[in-house]
Ligand binder design. Structure first.
Ligand code: TRP
Length: 339
């Protein structure tokens, strides 16, 4: 059997919305840092997004937009294998094979599926599976296929995805136990972001920034829109002259993620002393964000043009991904007795 390369880090990015500052701080930046110390494989999980995005134009747009964002943020497609999940059809063949080794009980206990049933129960709907598609139900099996097909060692994910990586390890173990002398899947391990990058970013209403709350600040929005969104961040009515508690302010919290330590210290001192109003603090935040995001936005806009190199980058990435996936699936087929 071919031996797999060591220290492969793989992660999938589901294209279900415009990337926002929370994604940038919580996922994009830590993943790009990690890519420096691992052989990294990052892909756009477009077929996973089909469980929730039913508008074909929107799905195609988010797929390009998320890919362009990661590239604009500094992902190096020479170093990192970067592709669209749907461009590696072996994934879906492996999905079926794995589903034959996945116990249904395991899927019944999956968090996302259980949450969907709980919502039905709360709404008084008698059929708890109402609105649950097989796509939602099988989601963890497809994710296991993504992970196992690339012989991943580690999978950097947020806490909400930990169970899925454990499932991938379970399913791999179940397959490995059946065939003596057959292909053995590598058992993957999740790695979660450090405490610091896990420190969640507040949104415009002060709650954790999240698409589902509608409180996001988009990463690549035009400058005028960025300014308007920053203006909208909720603040209290403390007068300009009054001393303020920086820790209690979402605007300040946002600033700490993007400004230099010196800038942060200076603003903190001014807020605590009194005399700095929320409006001025927002101007400061806008200036810091705009300075950092302008080059990113320019690269993004260039990649989003129809004739950009985006397609070519993804196509080349898919070629490299298929080169890895094909021998794995060939060995799995042989192991199970499909010629
Ligand atoms: N389910 C992941 C999410 O919603 C995306 C994903 C799909 C993924 N396949 C993966 C993540 C494989 C890690 C590994 O964020």
């Amino acid at each position: 059997m071919r031996s797999a390369p060591s220290n492969v880090s793989l992660t999938g990015i589901k294209p279900t919305g415009e990337p926002h500052l929370g994604n940038f701080i919580g996922a994009i930046k830590p993943s790009l840092r990690l890519a420096e110390s691992y052989e990294s494989i990052y892909f756009i999980a477009d077929y996973h997004a089909l469980t929730s995005i039913r508008d074909p134009k929107l799905l195609a747009h988010y797929t390009r937009s998320v890919a362009a964002t990661w590239l604009a943020a500094g992902l190096d497609p020479e170093r990192t294998v970067f592709y669209r999940q749907s461009d590696v059809p072996e994934t879906f063949e492996l999905h079926w094979i794995l589903s034959c080794f996945t116990s249904k009980g395991l899927m019944n206990r999956a968090h996302a599926y259980k949450a969907a049933r709980d919502r039905n129960q709360e709404a008084g709907i008698a059929d708890l599976d109402s609105g649950v598609t097989m796509g939602l139900y099988n989601y963890p099996v497809l994710m296991a296929a993504d992970i196992l097909i690339m012989e991943s060692d580690v999978v950097p994910v947020g806490k909400d995805q930990l169970q899925h990586v454990e499932y991938a390890a379970d399913i791999a173990g179940a397959f490995n136990a059946v065939y003596e002398g057959g292909y053995k899947f590598k058992i993957p391990e999740a790695i979660t972001p450090s405490e610091d990058s896990g420190r969640s970013l507040p949104g415009t209403d002060g709650r954790k920034m999240s698409k589902s709350y509608g409180n996001t600040i988009e990463l690549v929005a035009p400058e005028a829109q960025l300014r308007r969104t920053v203006r909208r961040i909720a603040t209290d009515s403390t007068p300009v002259e009054a001393p303020k508690d920086p820790e209690a302010s979402s605007v300040f919290q946002l600033l700490t993620h993007f400004a230099t330590p010196e800038q942060v210290a200076e603003v903190r001192a001014r807020l605590e002393a009194g005399g700095m109003g929320w409006g001025e603090l927002k101007n400061e935040l806008f200036a810091v964000l705009n300075e950092q995001l302008t080059p990113l936005r320019e690269r993004y806009d260039a990649l989003m043009r129809p004739d950009s190199e985006l397609e070519e980058i993804l196509r080349a990435g898919a070629e490299r991904a298929c080169e890895r996936a094909q021998p794995v699936v060939a060995q799995v087929r042989e192991t199970v007795g499909i010629g």
